[in-house]
Design a protein around this ligand. Structure first.
Ligand code: URA
Length: 216
């Protein structure tokens, strides 16, 4: 099946720069965290383009009446970081979306089957269909975790068109799984890499994003 979902790799020099810093095995954990924050910031900026609902109203400048456009506060915007590594993008994402609620979701990967199981889910039972959901998942490797997260989100009434994923490094196989199940989904990524090694790590990738973020 052809890749139908939309994967955007913004051609921004700051995204390229911070991706290079993050990939470098010599980058210490403190600078790695900075790179994740910056990538979270710029990918969130790109992902929210033509997605956040706006409303128009007249305001008064000090000189004259003027039409103005604002973010519509009636439509909830939420961020869903997938623990652990999804936390690394949060500082940057929240800098762009300071009013968004944050619902943490935790998955752990079974290193033999590579499938994900959920150990924490702070999402409310239901969310209104128009809620904008930004999912933070830096590594889309086998796709097991993101597929489980997507199934959970859509089961709570969120429409796929209103979900956007920010990710740093993606693999073709994870993108294919998402495309097959959710052709309307939009993903904003810093790169699409070649593939996976035998342990399910993305190559060339950047290693274990959680370990490098938290220095473990
Ligand atoms: N998770 C990571 O942190 N890195 C990978 O390469 C794959 C999954």
């Amino acid at each position: 099946m052809a890749l139908q979902l939309r994967v955007f790799v913004p051609p921004h020099p700051l995204i390229k720069h911070w991706l290079g810093v993050a990939r470098d095995a010599n980058t210490p954990s403190s600078l790695f965290r900075t790179s994740m924050t910056e990538l979270g910031r710029w990918l969130t900026y790109e992902a929210t383009r033509e997605w956040l609902p706006t409303m128009d109203r007249m305001i008064e400048t000090p000189l004259a009446p003027c039409p103005a456009t604002f973010i519509n506060p009636q439509v909830p915007t939420v961020i869903v970081p997938i623990l652990r590594a999804g936390l690394a993008l949060m500082e940057g994402a929240q800098a762009v979306l300071p009013l968004a609620s944050v619902y943490h979701v935790g998955f752990v990967r079974n290193e033999e089957t590579l499938e994900a199981s959920c150990y924490l889910n702070k999402l409310p039972e239901s969310l209104s269909a128009e809620t904008r959901v930004l999912v933070s998942e830096p590594m889309l490797a086998t796709g097991g975790t993101i597929m489980a997260a997507m199934a959970d989100l859509t089961s709570r009434g969120i429409s796929v068109e209103n979900i956007r994923i920010i990710s740093i490094v993606t693999s073709p196989s994870a993108l294919q799984r998402l495309a097959d199940a959710y052709p309307q989904l939009n993903i904003y990524a810093a790169t699409i890499d070649e593939g996976l090694d035998d342990n399910g790590y993305i190559v060339p990738g950047l290693g274990d994003a959680g370990d490098r973020t938290f220095g473990t």
